[in-house]
Design a protein around this ligand. Structure first.
Ligand SMILES: Cc1ncc(COP(=O)(O)O)c(C=O)c1O
Length: 388
C-alpha cells in the first residue's frame, strides 16, 4: 500500500469533505460569481466565496478585524507572490530576502532585479535559519520591502517570526511572508506580526485542492499595490479601467469556484480539528521519524537536527546512493512516495550545501501514522546496508 511522504509538495489525502464540497458545487451550485441575476444560486456562490474569505482571515489572523475584502484569491502562492512583488517593486527600490527561498520568490525577484530593483539576499545558517541580527543590520539602510519564506520546503527550518517581524515593523519595511509550508500547519497571525501580505497556497497544509491560493493583505499595502491582471470583475461594468476597491482590484476573470468550495470545506475541517492538534500530531510523527533517521548508518540529515523550530520536512542523503535512485527504490520496493532533487529551491540547497546533487525529502502529514514512520526508517536501514 502507498505510503505518502510528500506532503510538502501537496497534502494527501484530503479530508473527505473537500472533494464532496467541490462535487456539490459543480452539481448543484455552479453559478458564477457576481455575473448573474441575484437568483438564489448566484447568492449561494457569493455566500460561499465570502465565507471562504472569512475563514482564511480568521485562520491566518487577518488585519482590519478580519475584513474579508482583504483576502484575494489566486491560483497558488506563486501567483500571489508575483502579484505582490511585481505590483509593488519598481526600479531603484531595495528589497531584502533570504538565501532559503523557493523559486516562487527568487524568480520574480531576479526578473525585477534585471529591471533595476536592488535585490539583497541575506545569508542563512547552514541549517537554514535567518539570524535576526543579519536582518537587523540589513535594515539599517532604507529598504522598501522584505520577503521571507516562513518554513523551508527543503529541510523544514522554521524562521523565528516573533524576532524577525518586529524588526521589519520597527523599520517600517512591509514584510511579505511566503506561508506555503506553514499555513494550516503552524498557528499564524498576520495582524500580530504586522505582515504587509501573507501569501498562501490552498493545497498544502490548508488541505484544499490544487489551483487555489491567495493573499491576506494589510489594507495600506493592498492600496499601494498595482494589479497584475486586469479585466472583468462583474462589478463597475460601466468603467473601462480596473476597480480600485477590494477584492475586485486583484480578481479579474472568473475565479476557481470549485477550488474555493473545496478550500472553504478544508478550512472548516481545520478549524474544527484545531491547528494546534494538527501541529502537535505532525510534530510527534516528525520527531519519531527524525529519531529513526538519525540512527540510520550512512544517513546525512541536512538542516536542523533537533525537533524544535522545524516543520516535519526532512532532507537527507544516504551514503552510496544518488537521491533520485533512492527515491525510485523507496517507491518501487516499499511503496514510499518522497521527492528527490532540488525542490524548486537552488538557493536553499546552496545554503544547505546540497547543490547541485540535491537531497531526498520526506514530509509526513496529518494522515500518516507512527507505524509508517517506523516502516520508512526500516526501509532506509535496509537500503543503507545494501548500498548502491
Ligand atoms: C516555500 C514555498 N514557496 C512557494 C511554493 C510554490 O507553491 P505553489 O506551487 O502552490 O505555487 C512552494 C511549493 O512547494 C513552497 O514550498
Amino acid at each position: 500500500m502507498a505510503l505518502y511522504l510528500n506532503n510538502a509538495a501537496t497534502t494527501w489525502p484530503k479530508p473527505d469533505c473537500v472533494p464532496e464540497a467541490m462535487a456539490a458545487f459543480l452539481r448543484t451550485g455552479g453559478a458564477n460569481l457576481a455575473r448573474g441575476s441575484a437568483a438564489s444560486r448566484d447568492l449561494s456562490t457569493l455566500d460561499l466565496v465570502t465565507t471562504c474569505r472569512e475563514r482564511v482571515s480568521s485562520l491566518l489572523g487577518g488585519h482590519a478585524g478580519g475584513d474579508p475584502r482583504y483576502v484575494t484569491f489566486t491560483a497558488n502562492v506563486t501567483e500571489s507572490l508575483n502579484v505582490v512583488l511585481k505590483g509593488l517593486l519598481r526600479p531603484g527600490m531595495r528589497v531584502l530576502t533570504s538565501s532559503m527561498e523557493h523559486n516562487g520568490v527568487v524568480r520574480p525577484l531576479r526578473r525585477l532585479e534585471a529591471e533595476g530593483v536592488r535585490l539583497e539576499v541575506l545569508p542563512c545558517s547552514p541549517e537554514g535559519f535567518l539570524a535576526p541580527r543579519t536582518l537587523e543590520e540589513a535594515l539599517r539602510e532604507p529598504a522598501d520591502l522584505a520577503v521571507l519564506s516562513h518554513g523551508s520546503n527543503v529541510c523544514g527550518a522554521l524562521q523565528d517570526l516573533d524576532a524577525l517581524a518586529p524588526l521589519c515593523a520597527r523599520a517600517k519595511v512591509p514584510l511579505v511572508l511566503d506561508a506555503a509550508q506553514t499555513a494550516g500547519v503552524v498557528p499564524l497571525d498576520a495582524a500580530r506580526w504586522d505582515l504587509g501580505a501573507l501569501c498562501f497556497t490552498g493545497h498544502k497544509g490548508l488541505m484544499g485542492p490544487q489551483g487555489v491560493g491567495g493573499i491576506l493583505w494589510r489594507p495600506d499595502l493592498a492600496e499601494r499595490c498595482a494589479p497584475f491582471v486586469e479585466g472583468g470583475t462583474g462589478s463597475f461594468s460601466h468603467e473601462e479601467t480596473q476597480p480600485t476597491t477590494l477584492p475586485d482590484k486583484f480578481e479579474a476573470g472568473t475565479p476557481n469556484l470549485p477550488g474555493i468550495a473545496g478550500l472553504a470545506a478544508a478550512l472548516e475541517w481545520l478549524a474544527g480539528t484545531g491547528i494546534e492538534v494538527v501541529a502537535e500530531r505532525e510534530h510527534r510523527l516528525g520527531a519519531r521519524l527524525l529519531a529513526g533517521l538519525l540512527a540510520v548508518p550512512g544517513l546525512t540529515l541536512h538542516g536542523p537536527r533537533d525537533g524544535s523550530n522545524r516543520l516535519s520536512v526532512f532532507a537527507l542523503n544516504l551514503a552510496g546512493w544518488d537521491n533520485g535512485t533512492l527515491a525510485l527504490e523507496l517507491s518501487d520496493r516499499y511503496g514510499i512516495e518522497s521527492r528527490p532533487g532540488l525542490h524548486c529551491s537552488p538557493l536553499a540547497h546552496r545554503t544547505l550545501g546540497t547543490f547541485p546533487q540535491g537531497a531526498l525529502r520526506l514530509s509526513p502529514g496529518y494522515f500518516n501514522t507512527p507505524e509508517e514512520m517506523d516502516r520508512t526508517v526500516r526501509a532506509l536501514e535496509e537500503l543503507a546496508r545494501e548500498g548502491r
